[in-house]
Design a protein around this ligand. Sequence first.
Ligand SMILES: [Cu+2]
Length: 604
Amino acid sequence: MRLLRLFLASSVCFVLGAYDCAFAQTPLPSFPLYCQGPLQTGPPAQPTLTPYTWASQGAGAANPAPGQCVWADRGPRPGEMVGGDGNSICDWSGSFSNLGAGQFLEVGVYRDPAVNNCMHLTHYIGIVSPPFSAVPALPPFVRQSIATLSATQIASLRHGIQVMMSRQTTDPTSYRFQANIHGTYDTTTTSQESQAWDQCEHGSFYFFSWHRMYLYFFDRILRTASGDPTLVLPYWNWGDPSQRSLPSAFWQPSDSTNSLYIAPPGRPTALDNGTAQLDAGTVDFSNAFGYTNFESANGSGLSFGGQEASAMQFNFPHGELESQPHDVVHGALGGLMDDPDTAAQDPIFWLHHANIDRLWNRWLQQGGGRQDPLNDSAWMNTTFEFFDEAGHAVDLTGSQIIDTVGELNYRYDDDPTTMAQFHPVQFHPTPVSPRLILKTLATSQAGAARIQLSGEPVSVSVPLPENAVSQLRAFIEHKVENKIILQLNDIQYERARGIYYEIYIDPPKGEKVNFHSPYYVGSLSFFALKPHSMAGHPVAPRSSVFTEYDISKQVRDLSARGAWNPKEMSVILVPRGLVRRNGEPLPLPAGIAGTLGRVTIATQ
Ligand SMILES: [Cu+2]
């Protein structure tokens, strides 16, 4: 009903073409429905449905009658009594089965076009008695920082995860099935598993939208599993310096009674005993927030949200926020979290991604032209499949997840109360850009051995041929304004293991560098940097894996400092990982973590 309205509104905007087009504030999707017992759940084939009859007028002292339901403030409109499961409440049937005659139940619902138009239960409010409140809409769920959760809320979160973990893997609402949707080494045993697993989107502008959908359904399944209608998935705000260690609920107690606990080697011991935390540089997102464009051309990761590329599980290069802090936090945490095929097995995964999802809202809030790729019909209309709390397959598209309050019924505790800025304001349909081809200026020694990345810093020399020097000079002197780009090419590794690399250009010899240094350009994490594809797409060669960094500013700074060396550029990779609470680095894993085929300096 509401989605249709949104669609109509956007069609009108498309017709208006280049005119700016703002939506009126859309109503919240959840409305209070009052029912009187007894209500009976559907036949054995549909045990998750609760059919009912509409009362003719709004809830009052003697209304609805036994077996009936109705809105708070009015009777049903003709269009509301629809076919399919239109007069059925879907999911959570157990809540209704014990309701006796003379008892009234208040719930929050919205009509769910994804599940045969049933009245989808969003809020369970409980037994009420007249007079009923006539509030026409219910507030959305609020995702809170884990640091603000009460002991009761933590207990509820643990219980929900534990119930999901106790379900059979073949059940789409089980914890393992849900984790495997992201990625897995498990062998599939059903066709549903083959179709649903290994679907995560990395390295394209679907990264944000796919993970928002994934968390949305996980949150619904978790709430139902917990039996607590007020439970909402929290987020881990590692951006706050006081919250950089693993939230204590995840490691205290450190035994099997705590469903949030993962024993080593699933997590590094230092995380699980509270001695380690994420470094300030690991969680820094200032670079990504500086970008005002959500998407970049196919082949370029220089945008907040990633390249316009086809939906496939792992693509390259990654967008800016995906790369840092998303990938880098995965990389620093190590253990299960450092591999897309195991990451979601650690319950901290969901809180890490809720924070990434929250940062998407914080980025939009910066304004300055930042907006979602509403003009891109592929981003708006590509369908992804998930499962709801009843185990039904459900589809979502980008256009259905832009406004978390109006479309998905949740908000973050620090979202502004008015969500107007999250609504589309402009429609300028644009054709998909062709794949961006960069001009290579210089590359590290051809034919040399692969560059080995270990627990020690590595310096890679990139000799500058004459042509590169003249082009870089023209750039330094502002005669041309093309971006200068650093690429790390042909990245190979076997299994990631809790290490990532900060990258610096020509730092002064002997100077102790960190991510605040002017020579810092970004970081390399191995997370999701492996060719891997969904059924029907060919697997890309490993040599095609690369990351890229805009080094325009660093190149001009070099010259301004008088440190510009026209013979070569030195690219330094400094290994990083978890740190102690006092900021001292913890020992890094020994041996070779991965290798690079070459380092390239290029221009657009
Ligand atoms: Cu992730």
